[in-house]
Design a protein around this ligand. Structure first.
Ligand code: NIG
Ligand code: FE
Length: 417
């Protein structure tokens, strides 16, 4: 059983020993830390930590073999990122469409012309399961190098039963072969295929009667998702799909209120969704619906930035007492980056979150939004040893401040660098 002793840590940040599964409102501004610290891992877990003044430290220094000791001088140790919303299994990039966008076409216009998600869905029919897998694997290496240890991945570029199952089987293979902790989310209702235009409810019928039962029979998904928004799926469609998902034990985690006050937040809360995501159009009614619920409001700064959309009112939500998680939305259409360090920077630059609030949004609250916060998302004894060792820096504020480069020296996942 391998044990690592990380020592001489300038600051060990993100300690949480109160068994909190999430942080809301004012709690988000607080991050516990220890300076001049050490941390011991045992197998895949955090076994202990303390300050170097602690007498146990001397003992550990002499017990643990030299090559299992990591000198973290001048560096910080943080909980690894928990990225609770991605579409990182996709068949091809879409940079030409992005140029169309620069030239003035809106996301909805591109979608109406059969571009966007439907473009990815066309490519999905052609690609083999093996190739899809081979192309996704390096994206996991990429996000790991940037500090992510746990990630949710959606289907939703299939839009036929066969292709949706193909995507989910690839996600299952990634779960088996990657060190990262992965959660799978079934997003059959991501867009209405062209051949179902004008008969949207028939497509919803297929999602409910054909896709969900097969997804459940093969145990391919942990969650069910719907893009509940203007021009995509209605509240009624969403209600039907979430209801069907519930019967198969699939908890909701949905796209809501990205393009309008769609009612998505309210229907999500009605089904006790684990999270409602995007939230650009969140007003007082939506905040009221979320207060007192167990649903994590999740903001996706990368998509709002990339699409030049209004920013979700994160500050207002936190000030109202809500928890907030932030995730990358890594996908080829609206957020072609899985870099959570950039999300942390956007949290403060665009949404006025403090570095502490941003860190909590990208770690413990993200973990909650994947139902993983008992396992990861903070520095807590007994949780998985999912850690970031930063490059040399003085304090947490440097993480969001010095944006655009990789400031992670190493990511430890389940006790392994
Ligand atoms: O989360 N909003 C809906 N779905 C994705 C976009 C996916 C795409 O354009 O390929 C999102 O931003
Ligand atoms: Fe998304």
């Amino acid at each position: 059983m391998a044990r690592y002793l990380i020592h001489s840590i300038k600051e060990l940040i993100g300690i949480e020993e109160d068994n909190k599964l999430l942080l809301r409102g004012k709690e988000m501004a607080h991050v516990k830390s220890l300076t001049n610290a050490w941390l011991l891992t045992e197998a895949d877990k955090i076994a202990d930590y303390g300050s170097i003044a602690d007498p146990r430290f001397k003992e550990l220094r002499s017990q643990i073999p030299e090559n299992f000791q990591v000198d973290a001088r001048d560096r910080l140790v943080l909980p690894a990122f928990c990225d609770s919303h991605t579409h990182l299994v996709y068949p091809a990039s879409r940079e030409l469409e992005y140029v169309d966008k620069i030239n003035g076409l809106s996301y909805e216009e591109i979608a109406r012309r059969g571009g966007g998600i439907l473009n990815s869905a066309r490519r999905m029919q052609e690609i083999s399961e093996d190739q899809l897998f081979e192309e996704a694997l390096p994206r996991l290496d990429e996000i790991r190098a940037m500090g992510t240890a746990a990630v949710e991945i959606k289907s939703g570029y299939g839009l036929t039963t066969e292709s949706e199952l193909k995507m989910l089987r690839v996600i299952r293979r990634l779960k088996q072969e990657s060190e990262l902790t992965i959660k799978a989310n079934f997003l059959g209702a991501h867009a209405v295929p062209l051949e179902y235009r004008g008969r949207q409810s028939e497509y919803v019928d297929m999602v409910i009667n054909e896709m969900i039962p097969q997804v459940a029979a093969e145990e391919l998904a942990d969650y069910v998702d719907v893009f509940c928004d203007k021009g995509f799926f209605t509240v009624e469609d969403t209600d039907r799909i979430l209801n069907a998902g519930m019967k198969y034990g699939l908890r909701a985690k949905i796209h809501a209120n990205e393009l309008d006050y769609s009612g998505g937040i309210q229907v999500g809360v009605k089904y006790n969704a684990l999270s409602v995501d995007h939230l650009e159009y969140t007003g007082d009614e939506e905040i009221a619906a979320l207060l007192g619920s167990e649903t994590m409001p999740t903001i996706l700064p990368g998509a709002a930035f990339f699409l030049n959309m209004p920013y979700a009112p994160a500050r207002k939500m936190i000030d109202a007492g809500l928890p907030v998680a932030m995730a990358s939305d890594f996908n080829p259409g609206s957020s072609p980056s899985g870099n959570m360090q950039l999300i942390l920077s956007m949290a403060s630059i665009l949404y006025r979150l403090t570095p502490e609030e941003g860190l909590n949004a990208c770690t413990i609250n993200g973990a909650y939004a994947m139902n993983l916060s008992e396992e990861t998302g903070s520095i807590s004894i007994g949780k998985q040893a999912n850690l970031i060792l930063t490059k040399p820096m003085d304090n947490l504020a440097y993480m969001p401040y010095y944006y655009g480069i990789n400031k992670v020296e190493k990511t430890m996942i389940k006790g392994k660098f």
